[in-house]
Design a protein around this ligand. Structure first.
Ligand code: NAP
Length: 313
């Protein structure tokens, strides 16, 4: 790892250091492309905020999220990735070589892989951050299995919340959906599944005001959005599913984005709207959003970049 990249012009610059960016680094480094990776001040992506990861293949007893990211980083470094712990401020993809600015310094590259991930939106209520990984979660697929026969709550009324509520009924005794309005935003088919599921109870016109508990979540404080009345209800887990924000604003509109800000990739590839710029992981995927799918797409981006560089030679 270094603070001062040794050369200005690279074949590959990778922006981001979650499973997607680090897998892209491992593959491009092993292809002798000596990638320069800007991992950001908050390295490692969303797995740095989780505890046990039980669904990443290869770890039969599970692995802690931060430990998994440490391993990936060490693996990327072992093959020669130069990793810089700084954020990219802006880019210029209008001509080649592409340009990337970090703390005012310009770096140039023949190809850029954007793997900047996404951030789960949070409610910003007391207890939420403190209890993250101790009953509060933003990923039902990752953490649902920890709450067998427990009381589970989920916040949100969109497709994510309703899909995850249905999924969580595999584990929970009861799954409460706390929604701030009297109508769901989710697609009709998804709604019907929730209405038909006897384990799901939709708590209408309700916002969560506070997460309660010492070592782990024990209850939440709720407020009725119509009457203003407040009450406390016992709960073992609270899943927050109010959407994700992809990290794409720093691109300054130079790559095509969808309406939610995700980078648009073409077909079954990591190609973006700019030839020579590739993208992988949650900044371009709002459907799967798993560490393993992000890592897989990082591999795709590395192979796409490598082949594209060869085609330019
Ligand atoms: P979303 O559609 O933006 O829904 C967010 C939900 O969270 C809304 O119901 C919203 O309430 C609620 N919400 C937002 N901020 C809140 C706050 N501060 N407090 C309480 N509630 C809050 O996000 P999403 O469900 O993650 O879906 C994102 C996109 O992915 C959508 O296009 C969706 O269709 C798609 N998606 C599709 C599938 C699928 O087809 N299988 C699965 C998941 C996601 P309001 O309704 O009152 O605004």
């Amino acid at each position: 790892m270094s603070d001062h990249p040794s050369t200005e012009h690279r074949e590959v610059i990778i922006i981001g250091s979650g499973p997607a960016g680090l897998t892209a680094a491992i593959y491009t480094a092993r292809a002798n492309l000596t990638p320069l990776q800007f991992e950001g001040y908050q390295r490692g992506g969303q797995l740095m905020l989780t505890t046990d990861v039980e669904n990443y293949p290869g770890f039969r007893d599970g692995i802690m999220g931060p430990e998994l990211m440490d391993e990936m980083k060490a693996q990327a470094a072992r093959f020669g990735t130069e990793i810089v712990s700084k954020d990219v401020e802006r880019v210029d993809f209008s001509e080649r070589p592409f340009r990337v600015w970090v703390e005012g310094t310009e770096h140039r590259a023949d190809t850029v892989i954007v793997a900047t991930g996404a951030t789960a939106r949070l409610l910003g209520i007391p207890g939420e951050s403190e209890m993250m990984g101790r009953g509060v979660s933003t990923c039902a697929t990752c953490d649902g299995a920890f709450f067998r026969e427990k009381l589970i709550g989920i916040v949100g009324g969109g497709d994510s919340a309703i899909e995850e509520a249905n999924f969580l009924t595999r584990f929970g005794r009861t799954v409460y959906v706390f929604h701030r309005r009297d109508e769901l935003r989710a697609s009709k088919i998804m709604q019907q599944r929730a209405f038909d599921n006897p384990k799901i109870e939709i708590v209408w016109n309700t916002v969560v005001r506070e997460v309660l508990g010492e070592e782990k979540v024990t209850a939440v404080r709720l407020r009725d959005t119509q009457t203003g009345e407040e009450r406390t209800t016992d709960l073992d887990a609270l899943f927050v599913a109010i959407g994700h924000t992809p990290t794409s604003a720093f691109l300054g509109g130079q790559l095509e984005l969808d309406e939610n800000g995700h980078i648009v990739t073409q077909g079954k590839s990591s190609r973006t709207s700019v030839e020579g710029v590739f993208s992988c992981g949650d900044c371009q995927d709002h459907v799967y959003r798993q560490a393993i799918t992000a890592a897989g797409s990082g591999c795709m981006a590395a192979i796409d970049a490598e082949r594209w560089l060869e085609s330019q030679a």
